[in-house]
Design a binder for this molecule. Structure first.
Ligand SMILES: [Zn+2]
Length: 429
């Protein structure tokens, strides 16, 4: 199903031409922003110099640090009275990153969500419970407006308690949820403890998950536990929030809306482009924004372009699920490790539960604490030791070092209110 079939299936040459035109327009717009004007003057680049897609490489990168240094409104490209909305993204350190929306930007953001919602088969007959936090975080409001545009009944539940979420689901027969993957796993445990079988007692049929990188194994675990189809999504505050890239019904990578964003994948260290299919850092240029477009924004998210056309007919290229952040990489005993590698191993083991923490201590000691699944332990201590060894061995095969593994009771690890904190680094390095 299409929200805007013409643009979603636009022939590649026409899409490329549209991108180029919008990119030039964006550079022209950014000549008003002192930060970018300074950079253009330094390199002598003019909007007319952008003649092909490859010319984007003549433009400067923008980094998270640039956003912080220009906080609060140094990168604003329109008059203050043109701004309708503000969202921020809270970093782990220092000032937040602020992003402004004009009226058209608010509409466009909703339009991109509407496309995504429709392509998974959601219609105006659906009841959409948005369990993401409302407020400065984009996952609440931006998604809300998009689902409303499609005509769904939208329940702005926010991240309330599981009891309240369940009550809303039961009373209003919720069919679609928007949820953090870590919370979806926790919520499945909650239903299990309450003796509620979502297949029989609830009307859920689809879930949009995002805002946290997660693995294919986690998707399968959520689908199995909640009895619904899970679609992956990608977004970031700097590019509107959710709605940058979404999966279609094929669930084979996320279509990135290329009429709105120019997509590049680069080697994080050299800044040079990598080949299709190769993993690198995603770099995005917003080419359809008024209030605060960004050129070649270094997302730090690692992904790859999936080569070839998609069976759904959309011409916008697909990216692979995010496999990590270039800043998330842990270096343990000289080995590069991504937390997602550990998650992939854990989620593929049926005896293992849904919550885990990676703890780093001392010089370079790694402990993986993981919950057992409710049915994972039969009371035999010997079996527990055996399972512990099994997990440690599987992890060693994946990450090359053998961490200490602690199996803990289901429900005993802390559950995050927002994004899950999976790594606790207390090393004295
Ligand atoms: Zn597709």
């Amino acid at each position: 199903m299409f929200w805007h079939q013409e643009i979603e299936t636009l022939h590649r040459p026409a899409l490329d031409a549209l991108q180029l035109e919008r990119l030039r327009e964006t550079v022209r717009r950014l000549e008003r922003v002192p930060f970018y004007r300074g950079k253009f003057l330094k390199t002598g680049i003019q909007p007319e110099d952008i003649k092909s897609a490859a010319d984007i490489r003549r433009l400067p990168f923008t980094t998270a640090a640039d956003l912080r240094e220009n906080y609060p409104d140094g990168l604003l490209a329109v008059a203050r009275e043109e701004v309708l909305r503000l969202h921020t993204s809270s970093g782990t350190t220092g000032k937040p990153k602020a992003l402004f929306f004009s009226r058209r930007d608010v509409d466009t953001a909703a339009e991109l969500i509407a496309r995504a919602v429709c392509m998974t088969g959601v219609t105006r007959r659906d009841v959409f419970q948005n369990m993401m936090s409302y407020g400065l975080f984009t996952g609440g409001l931006v998604m809300h407006y998009g689902a409303e545009k499609v005509g769904c009944l939208v329940i702005p539940a926010g991240p309330g308690t599981s009891e309240r979420q369940l009550l809303l689901m039961q009373d209003f027969r919720t069919t679609v949820i928007h949820i953090l993957p870590s919370y979806a796993l926790y919520f499945a445990d909650f239903l299990e403890k309450k003796g509620i079988d979502p297949r029989k007692n609830l009307a859920l049929r689809k879930a949009f998950v995002g805002a946290e990188p997660h693995t294919e194994e986690t998707r399968r675990k959520i689908e199995e536990a909640l009895g619904l189809d899970v679609y992956n999504s990608y977004g970031l505050t700097e590019m509107n929030g959710p709605g940058v890239a979404f999966e279609c019904e094929g669930k084979c990578g996320m279509h990135l809306w290329e009429d709105n964003f120019v997509l590049e994948i680069i080697h994080p260290a050299t800044g040079e482009p990598v080949d299709d299919g190769q993993t690198g850092e995603l770099v995005l240029t917003s080419i359809n924004r008024e209030a605060m477009p960004l050129l070649r924004y270094r997302t730090r998210d690692l992904t790859s372009i999936i080569p070839g056309p998609c069976a759904c007919g959309r011409t916008h290229r697909r990216i692979h699920r995010i496999t990590g952040r270039s800043d998330d990489m842990l270096i343990v005993r000289g080995v590069n490790i991504f937390p997602q590698q550990i998650e992939r191993v854990l989620m593929a083991m049926p005896q293992i539960g849904r919550n885990y923490v990676i703890q780093l201590e001392g010089l370079d000691d790694m402990t993986v604490k993981v919950e057992l699944s409710p049915a994972g332990f039969d009371g035999e201590v010997g079996h527990l030791t055996e399972l512990q060894n099994q997990v440690a061995e599987k992890l060693r095969a994946e990450i090359w070092i053998r961490p200490k593994v602690e199996l803990v009771a289901c429900g005993s690890l802390p559950v995050a209110e927002g994004k899950a904190k999976r790594v606790i680094d207390k090393r004295s390095l």
